[in-house]
Write a protein that binds this ligand. Sequence first.
Ligand SMILES: Cc1cc2nc3c(=O)[nH]c(=O)nc-3n(C[C@H](O)[C@H](O)[C@H](O)COP(=O)(O)O)c2cc1C
Length: 319
Amino acid sequence: MSVPFLLAPMAELSHRALRELIEDFGGCDEYFTEMISAGALISGGPFEAYYVDAGPCPARVVYQLAGADPGQIAAAAALLDRRDCAGIDLNMGCSAPAIVRLGAGVRWMAYPDKAAALIRMVRPQTRKRLSVKLRLGMEADLDGLVTFCRRLEDEGVDFITLHPRTAREKFRRTARWDFVGALKQSLRIPVAGNGDIADAAGLLHRAAGDCDAVMAGRLAVRAPWIFARARAMEKEPSGKGEPPAVNLEETALRFLELLARYQPPEFHMSRARRFFAYFCDNLVWGNYVKTLLGRETALAGMECVLRTYFGEHPEERLV
Ligand SMILES: Cc1cc2nc3c(=O)[nH]c(=O)nc-3n(C[C@H](O)[C@H](O)[C@H](O)COP(=O)(O)O)c2cc1C
């Protein structure tokens, strides 16, 4: 059995358009959604329909909830429980200041009693798989991490994803994958590892290590074909048969098309800019293209920028 590959939850990125694009290339095993505000979901915010759109493969989608209020999170989990999905995940790892200030994300890790009480409240609300995604915590302290996670496990969490950086590290330092293995050895439930995977070989390398699933985020935005490419390498480790080339221009234009189809106009520009912030790293003049895209105010203008770039640099179309 292959170790599952998971798409990470990423605000403004892990939505239907990206999932459709990844599926075009062969897909991955599970797709976490971007974090969904529990408060906004239960009060029926105007864009919630887009956040809960689990297409094109609901059975492989894991909804991620974020919030600071246990009652709201429990009510949101009860709402999501009625939807077709692979599971519900609670965000205890986000270190964005706006989230932490509210008492959400990684802030939960500073209060183990409250975090355990949260799970006690959420668990009865759903029969779906309940998971938690977290960081190392305030410090890189294995004993503290294990104690925290054992409490979640005792309250009925079914699996944990660890992004092994402290709250303060954001994306600094490299992810400490040795903590993933050590955590897995200390828990009964499965542990997924996440952080800094750079290519298909990296995905396979982590999958061969001490973890139950491998999650990738930014890499999958830069290279939505990466999960399929890693699976092909796994089947053919000798490297026989070159992977089919990917057409970057077609991929970029396809993403714009999917964005227009599946996201509301209010979200188009923010989502497109986020996506191209990573995707343009495939291009020799990627920073220049990001600047041009950043000046556009509509998807049609972005399309023009991309067509012009690839028209002038046809050698960059295929990777
Ligand atoms: C733009 C962006 C948005 C993110 N949003 C979320 C989020 O909504 N929920 C969450 O748990 N983590 C979020 N993360 C963290 C990722 O899920 C992941 O843990 C992190 O990017 C490390 O993995 P990577 O090196 O494969 O990208 C976000 C990361 C990025 C870059």
